[in-house]
Design a protein around this ligand. Structure first.
Ligand code: ZN
Ligand code: ZN
Length: 385
């Protein structure tokens, strides 16, 4: 935003300087319209930003261009239907639904926070589950096939030729770890780049966490996670991650969102547990910590790991100041209107509340104000341990 307004000021100043310098009608004839045009552009831009958040359309544009390329190249020869079926198996296949069912029971047995079974947040996230099963699966398939085609076509050298001596299980393990690393990077960008955050904040708006919160995402945020396809494309000739493993991966990511008090003991130093991921969703404190999907190693590598303590297990989740409409805010839940409002929110103009991104630098003092000194000291000690 700063860069944008900066460049518009420069252009305008140039226009004003030139038009005031021009006195003779002969030369002014050509240059005065430039100044007027610049002023008009600025006025249009101002009028637009009072109605919409213009950068959000860049994400729509990237998605549209990718899909247009994929569609015109017939998805690089891949079967759209077969790819969509396998993505549907990962997102809402029988195994995934079975795992989600078990996890819904587990979170009742050992809840981090006690709440009614049909809490508003659960019902809202159930709507997102349905949205994923219907709209997001074909969108995700189109994006993934298109991205793979664009990557293969524009960077053919990234595909490593077949290396016979390397066992297949090793290749799959490498893809799995690298994919998790790319997801970490995309997630980090979601928290640091304003336009991405406007799409990602929906996920963080949940105040009643559950396994279904994994589905509470804006459909267009998947554009940023296309990065995670790169390891699979690079090692395509050497092996592909089986669908079952992707189901397990999806199950792990769903489980860490559950309302379960579980830290995995020593394994929690490597694998993301519900107690660990809850800190990422904490209401009072920076949310650009504990960004890992399955592994905590990336957070540890980049000094962003905050391991759970007794105090963090039951910490409240959500966004400070509720910059986004949430189902818990009004007397009646109004799930459908909240859903629509949440989905169009990234395109709405920036409000005072949406200026606040809960990142480390900006919220460190918020955390200090809200939490006791002991708790902050404990969290910081844990972060550096
Ligand atoms: Zn996040
Ligand atoms: Zn999450």
């Amino acid at each position: 935003m700063v860069a944008e307004s900066g460049s518009s000021v420069d252009v305008t100043q140039k226009g004003v300087a030139v038009s005031s310098f021009v006195e003779s009608p002969a030369r002014g004839f050509a240059l005065v319209p430039v100044a007027r045009t610049t002023r008009e552009v600025r006025a249009v831009r101002r009028a637009l930003s009072s109605r919409v958040y213009v950068p959000a359309f860049s994400i729509v544009a990237v998605a549209a261009i990718l899909i247009a390329i994929g569609w015109s190249s017939r998805w690089g020869g891949a079967s759209f239907t077969a790819s969509m079926t396998s993505l549907r198996v990962v997102v809402v296949g029988p195994l995934t639904l079975g795992v989600l069912g078990v996890l819904l029971v587990v979170e009742r047995l050992r809840p981090a926070q006690r709440r009614p079974f049909f809490a508003r947040g659960y019902r809202q996230d159930l709507l997102y589950t349905m949205l994923n099963a219907t709209l997001v699966v074909p969108l995700g398939t189109a994006l993934a096939l298109s991205f793979a085609e664009v990557a293969r076509r524009s960077l053919p050298w990234i595909v490593v030729p077949r290396i016979g001596v390397v066992p297949r299980w090793f290749v799959i393990a490498v893809i799995f770890v690298a994919m998790d690393g790319c997801n970490w990077l995309a997630h980090f960008a979601n928290h640091r780049v304003r336009v991405l955050w406007r799409f990602h904040e929906l996920h963080h708006s949940q105040e009643d966490m559950s396994v279904l919160t994994v589905f509470r995402t804006h459909p267009l945020i998947h554009v940023s996670y296309m990065l995670a396809l790169i390891p699979g494309i690079v090692l395509l000739a050497n092996g592909a991650v089986p669908t079952t493993m992707l189901v397990v991966y999806a199950g792990v990511v769903a489980f860490e969102h559950s309302n379960t008090n579980l830290g995995f003991g020593l394994l929690g130093r490597i694998f993301v547990s519900p107690n660990y991921h809850r800190i990422h969703h904490q209401l009072n404190g920076p949310q650009d910590v504990n960004l890992g999907f399955a592994l905590t190693i990336w957070d540890q590598l980049f000094h962003r790991a905050v391991f759970p303590t007794e105090e963090t297990i039951r910490t409240d989740t959500g966004l400070p100041g509720r910059p986004l409409a949430v189902e818990q805010a009004s007397a009646r839940p109004r799930h459908f209107s909240v859903l629509v409002t949440q989905l169009i929110a990234p395109f709405r103009p920036m409000s005072e509340a949406s200026h606040h991104m809960p990142v480390s630098d900006g919220t460190r003092h918020l955390a200090r104000e809200t939490l006791s000194n002991d708790r902050v000291a404990g969290a910081e000690q844990a972060a550096h341990s």
